[in-house]
Design a protein around this ligand. Structure first.
Ligand code: HEC
Length: 399
């Protein structure tokens, strides 16, 4: 019953989270684009820094940006904030429902650190809060005034966090925490800096005082940071579909590469929006991505062939010990009511049918069994690999 409730909660929250995230990132991309395309117009009202005409959905839009604020504030002012808040709230609940409620399986990897589930949860929360403290401290330090050095240092910190997390948690739990850390920084930027600063500007205006331009500059800086963090965070959110990255022995380096390539590609588009088309920047972003592919393939662990023939009975024994409690039409593992991703190993034919996927998840990578709760040994992985390599035959005795 409890497992069913969690599964439905997972569905509802994920649906909401993805929708809110699209709304947030969509508006963030739109405003970055808009800012870059504003053109000055001498005939525009006083205080207008730039304007833009656009056509969309059967109508014409005329946008004008006042750099500090217009002389008279309209009564009805739209604040873009709930897109960000709901993305974080639903994301945090999702993290709780999957990774914290199931910390024993989804976070802990006894081969890395033999944590109690509650310890793993505290460490996870510590990274989310700690990430913001470090980031905000860096922004306020002299480094925060220089975009490129700041970006490089913050990027290095994130890669270091990924390295540390991949020593503490299973790979998947580590990756989702790096994503959640960046997401938390992005939302805290909105909640603690951008929106309060805008409120102060509005309050000053209403009091008839000149608003402090530094407030607007600080908000703009944080919003630019958020823009550069978008592509890496999006990769992290879908990363658990890609065991060749997440379960690689150099996963934290690969993540640094993919994050860096997202960052550079975003930079290309930001430059392009301001009229500077620099194709080499895009080429560099793509090259970094290709370097990631080469590094991942070159360091892929080769399953060392185990000696002698492996009989199906041995394979079935391994699968029964390490997989079937989850991958069955009637799972016995707490928290599972249906075979994960519809993949069950209840019969010899099913094991044979899924052999290539078993190889991908339990031989070339160790992303299965989830959390390696059952301490599956490397020798057992080699046996599976050997069996698959020699044709995944059900009955070796008769051949
Ligand atoms: C504690 C439960 C659990 C155990 C034990 C477990 N798995 Fe999984 N498995 C999952 C979950 C949850 C997913 C879906 C999430 C994912 O893809 O990471 C999954 C996904 C998979 C997939 C991907 C299916 C697809 O869509 O391609 C394969 C293959 C797989 N497991 C194989 C195995 C093998 C082989 C073992 C035993 C060596 C094993 N699993 C043990 C929970 C488990």
């Amino acid at each position: 019953m409890w497992a069913d409730i969690l599964a439905w909660l997972n569905l509802a929250l994920r649906w909401f989270h993805v929708t809110a995230g699209i709304a947030w990132i969509g508006s963030s991309f739109y405003f970055m684009w808009l800012d870059a395309h504003l053109k000055p117009n001498p005939k525009a009202p006083k205080g207008v820094y730039g304007e833009l005409w656009a056509v969309h959905g059967g109508g014409f839009y005329h946008k004008q940006k006042y750099t500090v604020a217009p002389a008279d504030l309209p009564d009805d002012l739209h604040w873009f904030k709930w897109e960000a808040y709901t993305t974080w709230i639903t994301g945090f609940l999702l993290l709780t429902v999957i990774y914290y409620a199931g910390a024993g399986v989804y976070l802990v990897d006894p081969a890395k650190a033999d944590l109690e589930p509650w310890q793993a949860v505290l460490i996870g929360l510590g990274f989310l809060g700690g990430g913001w403290l470090v980031y905000d401290g860096l922004c306020r330090s002299p480094l925060g005034k220089r975009n490129l050095p700041f970006g490089v240092v913050w990027f290095a910190m994130l890669v270091a966090a990924c390295w540390a997390l991949t020593r503490l948690f299973n790979d998947r739990g580590a990756f989702i925490h790096v994503g959640a850390m960046i997401g938390t920084v992005m939302v805290a930027n909105v909640f603690l800096i951008i929106i309060p600063n805008q409120r102060k500007v509005v309050a000053a205006m209403l009091a008839g005082e000149a608003p402090n331009p530094a407030l607007g500059l600080q908000a703009k800086q944080r919003s630019v940071h958020n823009n550069y963090m978008t592509l890496p965070v999006l990769f992290l959110m879908v990363s658990n579909h890609y065991p060749m990255v997440v379960s690689s022995p150099i996963n934290w380096i690969l993540l640094g590469g993919i994050g860096g390539s997202g960052w550079v590609i975003r930079h290309f588009f930001n430059l392009k929006n301001t009229g500077q088309t620099k194709p080499m920047v895009l080429v560099n972003g793509v090259m970094i991505f290709i370097a990631v592919i080469i590094a991942a393939e070159a360091t892929k662990p080769k399953p060392t062939a185990s000696k002698g023939e492996v009989h199906f009975a041995q394979v079935q024994a391994i699968v029964s010990t390490h997989c079937v409690m989850c991958h069955s039409a009637t799972p016995t593992h707490a928290g599972f009511t249906a075979p994960p991703n519809g993949v069950s190993f209840d019969s010899p034919d099913l094991i044979r049918k899924y052999a290539p996927r078993i190889e991908e998840r339990a031989v070339t990578t160790d992303s299965m069994p989830l959390g390696n709760e059952t301490h599956m040994a490397p020798a057992e992985r080699q046996m599976l690999g050997q069996w698959i390599k020699s044709g995944a035959k059900l009955d070796t005795a008769s051949q």
